[in-house]
Design a protein around this ligand. Structure first.
Ligand SMILES: CC(C)(COP(=O)(O)OP(=O)(O)OC[C@H]1O[C@@H](n2cnc3c(N)ncnc32)[C@H](O)[C@@H]1OP(=O)(O)O)[C@@H](O)C(=O)NCCC(=O)NCCS
Length: 219
């Protein structure tokens, strides 16, 4: 089972709504969120945590107070007390995703923009670089396809950048079937899982849908 949820986040903060949603998080998380300098970073952090909570409550039928997150030594968060529920989140400028599965999972979202090709030269394998440079028109899209696939892979393993990026190739047949990449709006989303050749269902929830779900499920 794999499911991916996607929410576009507007940069504007409505103070009442923000404080109301904050009240559903543990004090420590609230403190971390207030330490961000920019409003958009505060909001992305808050809404991604709320999204994980809503999905967890819906999927496992537990209440918000029972949700306690732990982290592995590389910072990968997991839900304490479960073995067959995994999630991973990713946020970019104006969107968040949360992917869930009954097996370990990693996810990444990036907005397609001008590709910093020097990063490909430094951190991607020769094969991955060729794949990007061979493209006649969609070089930027291919760059972010490889980028999100590499991020999803290291997040699936759970070691983040402790795995050197040039040390694995996301186009190789031992890794590639585990990763699904989809495009929505101007975003590229990749998810890496133990499953192979799966379809990645994307459920879009608006900010306001999230807020009404929070009213029902968190209050
Ligand atoms: C931390 C890292 C795991 C992801 O960072 P990122 O791409 O900047 O951020 P994302 O929004 O995709 O993911 C952040 C979330 O991943 C989760 N996460 C943190 N450490 C993780 C780990 N070791 N494994 C899996 N997930 C992890 C957390 O939920 C985190 O959310 P939080 O910051 O709100 O706590 C790591 O891969 C990183 O720092 N990457 C930098 C990006 C880069 O330079 N990429 C090179 C091109 S491929």
């Amino acid at each position: 089972m794999i499911q991916c949820y996607y929410t576009k986040i507007s940069p504007a903060i409505v103070a009442d709504k923000f404080e109301w949603l904050m009240s559903f998080l543990p004090k420590e998380k609230q403190k971390q969120i207030t330490l961000f300098q920019n409003d958009i970073d505060k909001k992305l952090s808050l809404y991604s945590d709320i999204l994980v909570r809503l999905i967890t409550i819906k999927t496992l039928n537990i209440c918000n107070k029972k949700i306690v997150f732990g982290k592995n030594q590389y910072g990968k968060p997991f839900l304490l007390g479960t073995h067959d529920f995994s999630f991973n989140l990713s946020h970019t400028r104006e969107a968040v995703i949360v992917a869930i599965s009954d097996k370990p999972i990693g996810a990444d979202i990036e907005k397609t923009r001008d590709a910093p090709l020097d990063i490909a030269n430094r951190f991607f394998t020769i094969n991955e670089q060729k794949y990007i440079k061979q493209a006649s028109t969609n070089v930027d899209k291919r760059f972010y396809e490889i980028w999100t696939r590499k991020e999803a892979y290291i997040k699936y393993i759970g070691k983040g950048l402790a795995i050197p990026l040039p040390s694995f190739d996301v186009l190789e047949p031992d890794i590639s079937p585990h990763i699904e990449t989809i495009t929505t709006d101007n975003y590229l989303i990749s998810v890496c899982s133990e499953y192979v050749n799966y379809r990645l269902p994307l459920v879009e929830l608006s900010e306001s849908m999230m807020e009404s779900l929070a009213e029902k499920l968190l209050s």
